[in-house]
Design a protein around this ligand. Structure first.
Ligand SMILES: *Cc1c(COP(=O)(O)O)cnc(C)c1O
Length: 421
């Protein structure tokens, strides 16, 4: 038996208590919702000291703790939630936002300036794609894409060919990519970022880890500077809250939090409380979802009305050596997202979607209930026909996010719906 060491507890053992002191809240076992906009100072000297730290007018002394001032700057529900989130990714610090898009747009505005370039992996989440192409461009920030499956050499070649060796300031990737689970090699992107980092400027590597995190993929360990989440998905996990998070070193998150203070897009106390509640069951939810997904994927694979199943658990060293290597190096599970091609086209796909009884026809993912959608006409409807072809977004493609229902009931639902096609 190993000796009990509180410092060695796994994250799931800490989600009920970490960072919260019951004695500061009348002994309440759970962190209350601190639904308050402002905080009372003990005296004027304390207020002065807190502001000196908040505005960076002097360094913190060794024993000093930053006090509570105003809920746009700090709030207990947010701070405790942020501390708990750092445990999964073993990050120094975390900033929570009112949406995944807030988290993503804030890091881009903080680390990119007019004239800079961001290199991004395609396909990206639709909201991120729009922000990069339509919003950043209005501030003179340029964006160039590379395909999710591109090699390190080819990514570097794009930088060379565009002559932007001194202008690329961020590599932004999403892996596995939506909707077909295409993998991007985080370490390869880190090598490219390092190659173009100079004494004058750093090339930041940011990874959207919504699909696999915070349980099954830890981009910081592979060299990422920033990890972003739509906490609306697995972290929230119940389709009842919109939120986002960014994790990284104290230094980068310090910058992110400063901009967040002035954009005012932090999460509120109620969102913080909901996410803390969600984190208590994160591991059991995601573990069950991944187990269900494997059984559902195997059923789909064997079904005569199904052409092709995109599920990471089906990668093999023999058939997909590159993808398999990234999968083994980067991921500890095949996850709970599956896409598949039904035989036929949009008509057959719609027939299937409309016939489902237990699974819900809705976008979003990572929730307790299984969600099903049609990427070509829904989440990815604004992709050009060329991009749809390139990324395998066909009319017959259906995307499934597997929930915590009993796997036998999910399979029975799929079976009866396929029978009606
Ligand atoms: C949903 C999602 C986002 C956006 O998050 P919101 O919480 O909806 O703002 C970003 N990236 C990925 C991969 C997502 O699935």
């Amino acid at each position: 038996m190993s000796k009990y060491d509180p410092k060695k507890l796994r994250p799931e053992s800490m989600m009920m208590s970490y960072g919260y002191k019951p004695e500061l809240s009348e002994g309440a076992i759970k962190c209350p919702i601190f639904q308050t906009s402002t905080f009372v100072f003990k005296n004027a000297e304390e207020g002065k000291a807190f502001f000196e730290l908040a505005y960076g007018l002097r360094e913190k002394t060794a024993t000093e703790e930053m006090g509570l001032i105003y809920s746009r700057l700090n709030n207990p529900d947010l701070e405790i939630l942020e501390n708990r989130l750092t445990l999964w990714d073993d990050a120094e610090d975390c900033a929570v936002f009112e949406s995944g898009m807030s988290a993503i747009s804030t890091i881009m505005l903080e680390f990119l300036n007019p004239g800079d370039y961001v290199l991004y992996s395609n396909p990206l989440y639709g909201g991120t794609y729009h922000f990069v192409k339509e919003v950043l461009s209005r501030f003179g920030i340029h964006a160039i894409a590379f395909h999710a499956f591109e090699s390190e050499e080819n990514i570097a070649k794009i930088i060379e060919e565009h002559g932007i060796q001194n202008k690329v300031k961020m590599i932004y990737i999403e892996t596995p990519a939506n909707p077909t689970n295409a993998l991007v090699d985080i370490e390869a992107c880190k090598h490219v970022a390092d190659r173009y980092t100079t004494d004058e400027h750093k090339v930041y590597l940011a990874v959207d880890n919504t699909y696999m995190g915070p349980l099954w993929q830890h981009p910081l360990k592979h060299g990422a500077d920033l990890v972003v989440y739509s906490a609306t998905k697995y972290i929230g996990g119940h389709s009842d809250v919109i939120a986002g998070a960014v994790l990284g070193s104290k230094e980068v998150i310090g910058r992110v939090k400063t901009l967040r203070t002035f954009l005012g897009n932090m999460a509120g106390p109620w969102t913080g409380w909901l996410l803390m509640r969600s984190l208590e069951t994160l591991k059991v939810r995601m573990t069950e979802q991944a187990q269900n997904a494997q059984l559902v994927a195997e059923y789909l694979q064997s079904h005569p009305k199904v052409n092709k199943v995109y599920y990471l658990g089906f990668l093999t060293e023999k058939d997909d050596p590159d993808k398999y290597r990234i999968f083994k190096n980067q991921l500890s599970s095949a996850g709970a997202m599956i896409s598949f091609e039904i035989k036929g086209g949009e008509k057959e796909a719609f027939k299937f979607l409309n016939a489902l009884q237990l699974m819900h026809l809705a976008v979003s993912l990572g929730s307790t209930e299984s969600l099903v959608e049609h990427p070509a006409t829904m989440t990815h409807s604004d992709f050009s026909p060329e991009d749809k072809a390139l990324y395998g977004i066909t009319d017959s493609l259906v995307r499934v996010s597997i929930g915590v229902e009993n796997h036998a009931d999910l399979i029975a639902d799929i079976k009866q719906a396929l029978e009606q096609v």
